[in-house]
Design a protein around this ligand. Structure first.
Ligand code: TYM
Length: 333
C-alpha cells in the first residue's frame, strides 16, 4: 500500500525545478497510490518570509499549479499545512525525541542561516522536524521530492525509527524518498553549479510555470552554455554543468533518456538545440501556466479545493494523533 505525501513552500513563483523534480512525478504516482496528499507548506514558508510577499496569494498559486500540472482530485487531496493543526502538534512531540546533534548536521540550515547563526530563528532550525511531522502524521510511505530534500528525508526516517524504538508499536512506516527521473536537481540557467531556486535574485536563472512563450524563449536564449558541440553520449558532458542541465531538462520534458537527446543533437552547437528546447517548453510548460491563470481567477473554486483537502487531511491526522497519544502514554480521548 502506498500513501504519498509531498509539498511545496508558497514562497514566490513556482518554477521548473519544482515541476520536474517533484510535481510531475506526483502526477504519475497518484494513480498507483492508495492515497495521495499534496500539501502547501505555508508554516514552513514562515521561516523565510520576505516582507512584501503574500502568503495567501502564493498559497492559491501553488494550489493552482498542482491542479494545472494534473493532480486529480479524485485521487488526491490538496491542502494547506496551516489548516491541519496536528502538523505542529506532532512536530513538538518529535522535537522532544530528536537529538540536537541530528539537527546540527542539516546543511540547509547552515546555508540559510549564513554567517549570523545566532540571529536565525528557531523555526529555521526546527524546520526539518516539522517536515518529518508533515510526512509521518499521515503515515506516508512514499515521498516524491527533488534531490535537495534527501537529507531532510533521512532525518524523517531517523525520527520515525527513534519514535518506534522508544514507544514500540511500529507506529510509523519508514518513509521512502522517491527521487525520480533525470531532472532531480534542475540547475540555475545562469550558473550550472547552483540549483534553480525561488530565491535567486536573477529572474533569468529560473523558468517560472507562469512564464509566457516570449519570456521562456528569452530565458533559454540567454541561458549560459559553452562553445563545444553536443557529444554523442551524456557521459561525455562531464565538466559541462550548464550543458548537462539543459539536456536533462530537454530529456525530462520530452520523456527521453539523456543519451537519446545527445544522439539527436550530436555535433550541433547550442543555437538549434535551444530553439527546439523553447518549442518543447512552449508545448509543455505554457499550457500549465495558462491553466494556472484560469484557476487563479476562480478563488472560490480554489477555496473549495483547500476546504475539501483540509477535511480529509484532518480526518487522517486526528485518527493518527490518537494512535500517537496512546503509544506515548498520554490520555487518548
Ligand atoms: P521546496 O518548496 O523548496 O521545493 C518543492 C519541491 O521541489 C523540489 N525542487 C527541485 N527539484 C529539482 N530541482 C530544483 N532546482 C528544485 N528546487 C526545488 C524540492 O526538492 C521539493 O520536492 N522542505 C520542502 C517542502 C516540504 C516537504 C514536506 C516536502 C515541507 N514538508 C514534506 C516533502 C514532504 C521544500 O522546501 O521544498
Amino acid at each position: 500500500m502506498q500513501r504519498i505525501l509531498s509539498g511545496v513552500r508558497p514562497t514566490g513563483g513556482i518554477h521548473l525545478g519544482n515541476y520536474l523534480g517533484a510535481i510531475r512525478n506526483w502526477v504519475s504516482m497518484q494513480h498507483q497510490a492508495q492515497e495521495s496528499l499534496f500539501c502547501i507548506v505555508d508554516m514552513h514558508a514562515l521561516t523565510t518570509l520576505g516582507e512584501t510577499e503574500s502568503l495567501a496569494e502564493n498559497t492559491y498559486a501553488i494550489a493552482a499549479a498542482y491542479l494545472a500540472a494534473g493532480i486529480d482530485l479524485n485521487k488526491a487531496s490538496i491542502f494547506a499545512q496551516s489548516h491541519v493543526a496536528a502538523h505542529t502538534e506532532l512536530s513538538w512531540i518529535f522535537s522532544c525525541i530528536t537529538p540536537l546533534g541530528w539537527l546540527n548536521r542539516m546543511t540547509q540550515f547552515k546555508e540559510k542561516a549564513g554567517k549570523h547563526k545566532d540571529l536565525a530563528c528557531l523555526g529555521l532550525y526546527a524546520y526539518p522536524v516539522l517536515m518529518a511531522a508533515d510526512i509521518l502524521l499521515y503515515k506516508a510511505t512514499h515521498v516524491p521530492v527533488g534531490d535537495d530534500q534527501k537529507q531532510h528525508l533521512e532525518l524523517a526516517r531517523d525520527i520515525a525509527g527513534a519514535f518506534n524504538r522508544r514507544f514500540g508499536d511500529d507506529l510509523f512506516p519508514i518513509p521512502e524518498p522517491m527521487i525520480l527521473g533525470s531532472a532531480t536537481r534542475v540547475m540555475s540557467l545562469r550558473d550550472g553549479s547552483s540549483k534553480m531556486s525561488k530565491s535567486d535574485i536573477s529572474e533569468y536563472s529560473r523558468i517560472e510555470l507562469m512564464d509566457n512563450a516570449d519570456a521562456l524563449a528569452l530565458k533559454i536564449r540567454k541561458a549560459r552554455t559553452d562553445m563545444e558541440p553536443l557529444p554523442e553520449k551524456f557521459s561525455d558532458l562531464e565538466g559541462r554543468p550548464e550543458a548537462q542541465n539543459l539536456v536533462n531538462i530537454y530529456a525530462t520534458l520530452a520523456n527521453m533518456a539523456p543519451d537519446a537527446v545527445c544522439q539527436q543533437f550530436v555535433g550541433s552547437n547550442f543555437a538549434p538545440f535551444k530553439q527546439q528546447l523553447v518549442d518543447l517548453m512552449v508545448a509543455t510548460i505554457v499550457p500549465i501556466g495558462d491553466k494556472m491563470r484560469q484557476y487563479l481567477a476562480d478563488k472560490v473554486m480554489l477555496q473549495k479545493v483547500l476546504t475539501a483537502g483540509a477535511r480529509r487531511a484532518n480526518e487522517l491526522a486526528q485518527s493518527h494523533m490518537q494512535d500517537v497519544r496512546r503509544a506515548i502514554g498520554m490520555v487518548a480521548l
